[in-house]
Design a protein around this ligand. Structure first.
Ligand code: MN
Length: 211
């Protein structure tokens, strides 16, 4: 029931049975956990999780206003600035989801293997100087987010824009690499960089560890 008592993570919690899945409940993460995710820096966190659910996809998450704003990207991110990747918004996730890697049991929401494919911090490229810029929250509302990612695999500028694809009322976004020094049409990290940045494991190794 939607009312003024709705909390940002209600949709996240409603979909999950925490007696069955090992995913975080969304309680406030400990300082220690947060520090680890930020690599000791003060910048917001991003994570890309490879998720072998009913369809393989990559979940792209940016820390905005205390939660991880999230998009499911069927083809995953690209370093080629001439390509666009469909990014379908999904429910906000708790901050400590950036530390989740493992197997969600079959039959549960999102059942399948989750890998921390990339993680790091990011900078809002629309923030401007002396506060005249556009905040991340405002960028999200406007449907135009420009960030510089500092991950292990993904680096440099990326743009997320909300688009009208016509027909249905579903909201879609596109993820694009900006033209910059980190752009590289010949580098295909989703094909060639297939290990977790957290554990060094492959998807198969994550599955095996849970059996
Ligand atoms: Mn997913």
């Amino acid at each position: 029931m939607a009312d003024q008592h709705d909390q940002p993570l209600d949709r996240y919690r409603e979909k999950r049975d925490f007696a069955r899945t090992g995913e975080p409940t969304g309680d406030v993460p400990t300082e220690k956990k947060e520090k680890k995710m930020r690599d000791g820096s003060e910048h917001p966190v991003f994570v890309v999780q490879k998720h072998d659910a009913s369809r393989l996809h990559y979940d792209f998450r940016l820390e905005i206003a205390g939660v991880l704003k999230s998009w499911a990207i069927p083809k995953g991110p690209t370093m080629d600035p001439d390509e666009k990747r469909l990014a379908v918004p999904v429910e906000d996730h708790p901050l400590d989801y950036a530390g989740f890697e493992g197997v969600i049991p079959q039959g549960e929401y999102g059942g399948g293997t989750v890998m921390i494919w990339d993680r790091g911090t990011f900078r809002n490229l629309r923030s401007g100087k002396d506060g005249e810029g556009v905040s991340l929250e405002e960028s999200y509302k406007q449907g135009k987010i420009e960030v510089e990612l500092r991950g292990r695999k993904l680096r440099g500028g990326f743009v997320l824009v909300r688009v009208e694809l016509g027909g249905d009322s579903e909201e879609n976004w596109l993820l694009m690499k900006m033209h910059d020094d980190a752009a590289d049409a010949n580098r295909h990290p989703t094909q060639n960089e297939n290990r977790s940045v957290e554990s060094g494991r492959t998807m198969e190794e994550i599955v095996r560890a849970e059996k």
